[in-house]
Design a protein around this ligand. Structure first.
Ligand code: NAP
Ligand code: HSE
Length: 437
């Protein structure tokens, strides 16, 4: 059988990784796919640079030439960004070509339109590489866990942030130095604020929630808070109390609606996921039948991400000739059964909290604080007062609360910050136990 012909949009970290893995493992890959998979052409901005690592490949600077080329069966979109990517992907689908993409921003923000178009045209959009790099989380959620009612997902789904947090904890390098390393290693997005402000994780969470709960993409509804305001002090205090701080993407089905949130989170240091360091990602999924299961692996980088892109290429190649009705639905649920689910506003989310306050070291201060918490029905699990440094009159107090409503903790913070004996803003970090129940 003739090889299936691939056009790459982009030959950067992921595009080059894909070319390398496809070529290195071509024999095994074609034995698995049932036919060869051949890259025919690639679009880049700088042809001279690309020619130095892909001298034998047809290179163009106009990505539409790849999409429109009659010899291309599958378009692999690894350029990044929304424009002109949305137009490129829709044009490929309308021309009856399958698309493989690693672009979570594109899917989270325009996935509903993309999947609808693919469905109409009877073609596939595969996107394993869009979530958690090389970890096969999409296949797991869509196929492996298909018997389960998914209850919640919690994941370390941004490698760059995890890399930075790991370095901050071990006290090795500064935030800026580690971010630069992540950029040099090809982990960071072209705009790294996507990584450190939680936007990239929110894109990935949007995709996982859609598949887990059979609902359309709702990126606009994700509560997003990144790691840029975290301090070494909180990482150290968390450690002393037996916790690690991770940037988690959390989605949970509740009776009132689905939670969609990305934020730094304290998790017990004894949990496996708390020990996932560096660029590694991990996704913990709770299904009603299986219980909790943890997938862990490289969340970014050339070959780990290429592993997911190539897996998609093999799947698409195998299913190319299958009746579209017999393919796995893009979002796991049959398109006619996708349904809107209310998204829980952040105020209504329930969580435990870590609070750090700087207080005037004099009698009655703690009583004032605990009275406010008691009035709002917020219960304290643990409290630590640090010794003042030198002859300072101000001391740090760290409180851990039981699970409560976010709106109650917000009200408590507002009232406590109004006390004369409190200096500056209170640091609030959410806490999750992530136990099996
Ligand atoms: P990258 O290294 O910046 O590569 C982008 C490639 O696209 C480059 O080859 C660039 O050309 C080309 N390109 C960009 N705009 C173009 C345009 N208008 N016309 C023609 N070519 C264009 O990006 P990447 O890290 O590989 O990421 C690609 C996608 O994969 C993104 O959606 C990203 O979110 C996703 N992803 C990345 C990783 C990772 O670890 N890096 C992991 C998972 C998913 P030049 O080479 O000439 O500049
Ligand atoms: N910038 C992303 C990260 C790449 O750091 O996780 C993988 O999606």
């Amino acid at each position: 059988m003739n090889p299936v012909r691939i056009g790459l949009l982009g030959l950067g970290t992921v595009g080059r990784g894909t070319l390398t893995v496809l070529r290195r493992n071509q024999e095994d890959i074609s034995r698995r796919a049932g036919r060869g998979i051949e890259v025919r052409m690639a679009a880049v901005r700088d042809k001279a640079r690309a020619r130095s690592y892909a001298p034998d490949l047809q290179l163009v600077t106009d990505p539409f030439l790849v999409v429109d080329h009659p010899d291309i069966d599958i378009v692999v979109e690894v350029m990044g960004g929304i424009t002109p990517n949305l137009e490129l992907v829709l044009r490929a689908l309308r021309a009856g070509k399958h698309v493989v993409t690693a672009n979570k921003a594109l899917l989270a923000e325009h996935g509903n339109e993309i999947f609808e178009t693919a469905q109409e045209k009877g073609v596939m959009v595969a996107f394993e590489a869009a979530v958690a790099g090389g970890i096969p989380i999409i296949k797991t959620l869509r196929e492996g866990l298909t018997a389960n009612r998914i209850e919640w997902i919690a994941g370390i789904i941004n490698g760059t942030s995890n890399f930075i947090l790991s370095e901050m904890r071990t006290g090795g390098k500064s935030f800026t130095e580690v971010l630069k390393m992540a950029q040099d290693l090809g982990y960071a997005e072209s705009d790294p604020t996507f990584d450190i402000e939680g936007i990239d994780a929110a894109h990935k969470l949007t995709i996982m929630a859609a598949i887990a709960f059979g609902m359309p993409m709702h990126f606009e509804a994700v509560y997003t808070e990144g790691i840029s305001r975290l301090t070494g002090t909180d990482i150290q205090y968390a450690e002393e109390l037996g916790y690690r701080i991770k940037l988690l993407g959390i989605t949970r089905r509740t009776a009132e609606g689905v939670e969609l949130r990305v934020h730094p989170t304290l998790i017990p240091a004894s949990r496996l996921i708390a020990n996932v360091e560096g660029v590694m990602n991990a996704v913990l999924v709770k299904g009603d039948a299986l219980g909790a299961t943890l997938l862990c692996g490289a969340g970014a980088g050339a070959e780990p991400t290429a592993s997911a892109v190539v897996a998609d290429l093999v799947d698409v190649t195998r299913m190319h000739t299958a009746d579209p009705e017999h393919r796995v639905p893009h979002l796991a649920f049959q398109p006619k059964y996708l349904c809107e689910v209310p998204i829980l506003p952040m105020d209504k989310v329930r969580s435990a909290y870590y609070l750090r306050l700087s207080v005037h070291d004099r009698p009655g201060v703690l009583a004032d604080i605990t009275r406010i918490l008691a009035d709002l029905d917020v219960s304290i699990v643990a409290m630590v007062q640090k010794e003042p440094s030198g002859d300072s009159e101000w001391v740090d107090i760290i409180m851990l609360t039981h699970v409560t409503l976010e709106q109650r903790i917000n009200a408590a913070i507002k009232r406590i910050e109004g006390l004369q004996s409190i200096s500056g803003k209170i640091t609030r970090i959410r806490m999750e136990s992530l136990n099996r129940h």
